[in-house]
Design a binder for this molecule. Structure first.
Ligand code: AP5
Ligand code: MG
Length: 195
């Protein structure tokens, strides 16, 4: 199955992507994780992406598309994948359609997690507190200023994707305010699957 998880920062995309990969046996393709790995490795991509990510702005389509194009050609993605955090602009969505079309592939569904703004802020601060309690580093963009920019960027550049995919009959909306387990059940049932 080829799926996209859509939703604002902190909506639970990563959390549900892990559940989906366990259930479907396909990899999670998180552009945020790929970019953070590039930053940690100080690779050329990481050096270009770091400042944008720390501000909560989008990295260029060129960088992100090259990461995704290389990743979906790998052997573990041949049976399908769960895209987490990509596409994020209509331009990326169009490029993904072209990329998949050239491979003779198509998307099966786009799952949109719907979460209230106040809950998003609480989830971000909760993630920071949990990381600190474990003695782990926190994400450079999990701070109030960057989070505000991430939300604005989401509103301006990613929200239009809902109608893009609704028009193509692919969009399924899921209430992301429920517990992680309940959201996972609803995500599966929107795909016609049981947990
Ligand atoms: P990315 O890493 O994709 O971050 P994001 O979209 O801001 O989302 P998060 O990872 O913060 O949240 P999530 O939805 O995964 O939620 P999670 O499951 O962690 O992108 C980071 C940056 O990289 C971007 O700002 C941009 O700069 C760049 N980038 C990435 N992709 C790009 C692209 N395509 N184009 C351009 N630039 C790109 O959950 C959050 C917290 O809530 C956790 O603590 C979790 O335990 C908790 N939680 C989850 N579900 C629930 C629930 N149901 N109830 C209660 N708590 C919950
Ligand atoms: Mg995530």
């Amino acid at each position: 199955m080829r799926l996209i998880l859509l939703g604002p920062p902190g909506a639970g995309k990563g959390t549900q992507a892990v559940r989906l990969t366990e259930r479907l046996g396909v990899p999670q393709l998180s552009t945020g994780d790929m970019l953070r790995a590039a930053v940690a490795a100080s690779s050329p991509v990481g050096l270009q992406a770091q400042a944008m990510m720390e501000r909560g702005e989008l990295v260029s389509d060129e960088i992100v598309l090259s990461l995704v194009a290389a990743r979906i050609e790998q052997s573990d993605a041949q049976r399908g994948f769960v895209l987490d955090g990509f596409p994020r602009t209509v331009g990326q969505a169009v490029a993904l359609d072209t990329m998949l079309g050239e491979m003779g592939l198509a998307l099966d569904a786009v799952l949109e997690l719907q979460v209230d703004l106040n809950a998003l802020v609480a989830r971000m601060t909760g993630r920071v507190a949990e990381a600190r309690a474990r003695g782990e580093a926190t994400r450079a963009d999990d701070n109030p200023d960057a989070f505000r920019t991430r939300l604005e960027t989401y509103r301006e550049q990613t929200v239009p994707l809902s109608s893009y995919y609704a028009e193509r009959g692919l969009l399924r909306s899921v209430d992301g305010m429920l517990s992680v387990d309940r959201v996972a059940i609803d995500v599966m049932s929107s795909l016609g699957l049981k947990l």
